[in-house]
Design a protein around this ligand. Structure first.
Ligand SMILES: Nc1ncnc2c1ncn2[C@@H]1O[C@H](COP(=O)(O)OS(=O)(=O)O)[C@@H](OP(=O)(O)O)[C@H]1O
Length: 731
């Protein structure tokens, strides 16, 4: 960094008490005692280190506990260590030389140092080797918390639930015997002293009860003798995947059998939690599962690894659908077939690495609420799950100050969504984008029932005309009409989104005929909906977007007239001018109408939001005036954009109707079919005062639109836009 920038940065840090976290980059040249420019601090580079320890007296330690010695080599051979001759520096972590030369490896070497700011007034934490070493990842969290004066701090509370799936499901020879159940209880008791309220949560499919060997059946009995010492949740009676049931009543009967089994054996049935075999039907959603869960079991919470289906586990999210909370589920690295340590993928070292600072350890460090998935088979044989959980919990207690506890799933769900309210709403993705999702999605469903392009609005720009003209095209098919919103589905904005993907897909005809090549949907309300681009992109990332723009002032006025005709009392009681000039203290209905008149016309702002999800190549902008005056040419350009060949010639299908004053669909030589009287209405022209006010109001937005169009490579600027800008200069 040059001198001037450095001085500026230092001044900023001093003035606003901003700390710096620094990392020494590895270099090819090995330095011995080189001074860091401008600091009384010296570095040695390219060292191999081992046996890390922390400075228990450091004020930085918060989440991290000084623990003992982390024995063994630190990853990599290019560590930088720090030496100082100023009291501002205090080591935060040490290690030792990893050489065979004994004279050389006794002194602790500082791998992370704190600069208290006594030298130049700036507090720093300097790391000598990136974040490859797990302990240093924890120190980074604490450094950020310390240097931000506590403002960027993770809570220290962590909740853990361990689901033991398929407690009665398993081949003979892989199931629990009495000894295994005793070990389960004994480990549970030991974990309870470290994790408040901990109980293993057992998932059952009653059909397989007593399906083991004689000894294994005694194990099943012992589980039931201790029914109160565990918590329980229901699977399907026969462990069948719910998405395979097209008929909800079959699904319900299956669940009812499991409930009868539970009642017969004193297993609690009111926990409100269930898990679906193989995650089937939870996400992608099988509506029948949600319906049956609610009806038979009053389910309120479930968990899955599939939303989204990705690693690391700590990045998974939750959502709520039909009032059922879906929580992200974590994996601990043990799967149904991981039953012997010597067959653990990568061997015992790999499992220990995950426990001792690796993936499993970090899952708990970064996740306030952890629901782990394990299987019965992990508790028999080598009892790998018992080893894994007890070890990781002890390791957490040794190296962190995290407070561990457990609670029933319902409580976990409520806490989860208090912590992450932004996750309440689902974001539906396309099940066909992930082969794993396709496996747990009904075979009767197809991704062909999704649109290829969207006409996104805004309202009152001619979207119905475009929709109608496109529907004439032999290779283009629109959605089926909605009983509530007519030709529009309005899925991605508003409440319809919560009805789910099946509901959306039901609007698109299935089949493989020619007219389904280009399925599309138009909902004019999409254009300015805050959440719409994100949601649309999650489901239809490859879709093309069509928008129509015309003078925002004209659009606002058309909208006002539209609401008057629809009997909106506010529009009927206030003039257009009083609506658009309503202040922020005006009554809410008036402010709402003002916003709905004005906001969609901030075109550049809304387009930028779409462009933060879609590429410019996916966006086609239609000039609303051109659509009105020359729809044939407009549709020709649109077909070129959509790469529809052969292009359909609209000239013999659209004709100007002097009575309507618009282009209409040709029905025969003498007749045309025009849009209804709600499109192309007769109303008095806008008053001059409102017109001028709107031109000024939209000046900055229109200027931004010109810039955006140029950036997108538009060769021509629409005439209305040029006129709007000139009119503003003139007034
Ligand atoms: N061919 C044709 N026929 C009828 N109307 C046409 C046509 N082309 C464009 N327009 C203009 O479309 C305006 C209505 O826009 P929308 O269909 O987008 O309105 S809506 O948001 O769906 O309510 C409508 O607005 P108003 O004139 O204010 O009624 C028309 O100006």
């Amino acid at each position: 960094m040059d001198k001037w920038n450095r001085e500026l940065l230092d001044k900023y840090c001093r003035e606003y008490s901003v700390g710096i976290v620094g990392f020494a980059p590895p270099g090819e040249e090995s330095l011995v005692g080189a001074q860091l420019k401008g600091f009384p601090l010296f570095i040695h580079t390219n060292l191999r280190l081992k046996d890390a320890q922390l400075n228990a007296a450091s004020p930085i330690l918060r989440l991290t506990r000084a623990g003992e010695t982390a024995w063994g080599a630190l990853p990599g051979g290019d560590w930088t260590i720090f030496q100082a001759n100023h009291s501002t520096y205090e080591p935060l972590a040490w290690a030792h030389r990893n050489t065979l030369d004994f004279s050389n490896n006794r002194n602790p070497l500082a791998t992370v140092v704190q600069d208290h700011g006594r030298y130049d007034g700036i507090q720093r934490v300097l790391f000598g080797g990136g974040l490859r070493f797990w302990l240093h990842k924890l120190l980074l969290l604490d450094s950020i918390s310390y240097l931000s004066h506590g403002q960027l701090s993770l809570s220290l509370n962590r909740m853990i639930l361990v689901d033991v799936d398929d407690i009665f499901v398993g081949e003979k020879g892989t199931r629990l015997k009495k000894d295994d159940v005793l070990a389960l209880l004994a480990t549970q008791q030991r974990i309870q002293s470290l994790v408040t309220g901990f109980k293993f949560n057992l998932g059952f499919s009653g059909k397989y009860f007593h399906h083991g060997t004689f000894e294994e059946n005694l194990g099943d009995d012992m589980l039931l003798e201790n029914v109160d010492r565990f918590t329980w949740f229901s699977h399907m009676w026969n462990h069948q995947q719910p998405h395979l049931y097209e008929n909800v009543s079959h699904l319900q009967s299956d669940m009812a059998l499991n409930k009868q089994f539970a009642k017969k054996h004193g297993i609690p049935t009111a926990t409100g939690y269930s898990v679906s075999p193989h995650h089937s039907g939870v996400y992608p959603v099988h509506e029948g599962l949600y319906e049956a869960w609610k009806k038979v079991w009053s389910i309120k919470v479930t968990s899955t690894e599939e939303y989204p289906h990705l690693r690391p586990a700590r990045l998974r999210r939750g959502f709520i659908h039909r009032n059922i909370m879906v929580l992200p589920r974590q994996t601990c690295g043990l799967f149904t077939h991981t039953i012997f340590i010597e067959r653990y993928p990568g061997g015992r070292d790999k499992l220990d690495e995950s426990i001792q600072g690796g993936e499993l350890f970090q899952t708990i460090v970064y996740n306030p609420i952890n629901i782990f998935m394990t299987h019965m088979s992990n508790y028999g044989n080598d009892r790998l799950a018992l080893y894994t959980f007890e070890s990781v919990i002890k390791f957490i207690r040794c190296w962190t100050n995290l407070r561990l506890s457990s609670a029933p799933p319902l409580e976990l769900g409520e806490r989860y969504f208090q912590l992450y309210p932004e996750e309440l709403d689902p974001v539906w993705g396309n099940p066909c984008d992930d082969p794993r999702h396709q496996k747990i999605w009904s075979r009767n469903k197809t991704c062909d029932q999704l649109p290829r392009f969207l006409v996104i609005g805004p309202q009152k720009t001619g979207t119905t005309a475009l929709y109608t003209f496109l529907s004439i095209h032999p290779a283009i098919s629109s959605n089926l009409p909605s009983p509530d919103t007519f030709e529009e589905i309005q899925f991605f904005n508003g409440k319809n989104y919560y009805k789910g993907l099946d509901w959306y897909m039901s609007f698109f005809p299935a089949g493989k005929n020619e007219s389904l090549r280009f399925l599309f949907e138009k909902s004019a309300t999409y254009f300015d909906g805050d959440l719409v681009p994100r949601r649309a992109h999650a489901l239809l990332p490859k879709a093309e977007l069509i928008t129509i723009l015309l003078s925002p002032a004209r659009r606002a006025y058309s909208w006002y007239q539209h609401t008057r005709v629809h009997g909106d009392p506010v529009a009927n009681n206030y003039t257009f001018h009083s609506v658009i000039t309503a202040s922020d203290t005006a009554p809410k209905p008036l402010r709402d109408l003002r916003n709905r008149c004005l906001n969609p016309g901030k075109y550049a702002q809304h387009l930028e939001r779409w462009l933060s999800y879609y590429t410019p190549q996916q966006l086609h902008i239609i000039d609303g005036e051109q659509l009105r005056q020359n729809p044939v040419e407009t549709l020709h350009e649109l077909q070129r954009f959509l790469k529809i060949t052969p292009a359909f010639n609209y000239s013999s299908h659209l004709r100007y109707d002097p009575k309507k004053g618009f282009f209409c669909q040709v029905t025969n030589e003498d007749h045309t079919k025009c849009l209804g009287k709600s499109k192309g209405r007769q109303y008095p022209p806008m008053d001059d005062k409102s017109y001028k006010l709107l031109q000024r109001y939209y000046l900055s937005h229109n200027t931004a639109l010109v810039k955006l169009l140029k950036r997108l490579g538009s060769r021509t600027i629409p005439q209305w836009l040029k006129d709007d800008l000139t009119d503003t200069v003139m007034t």
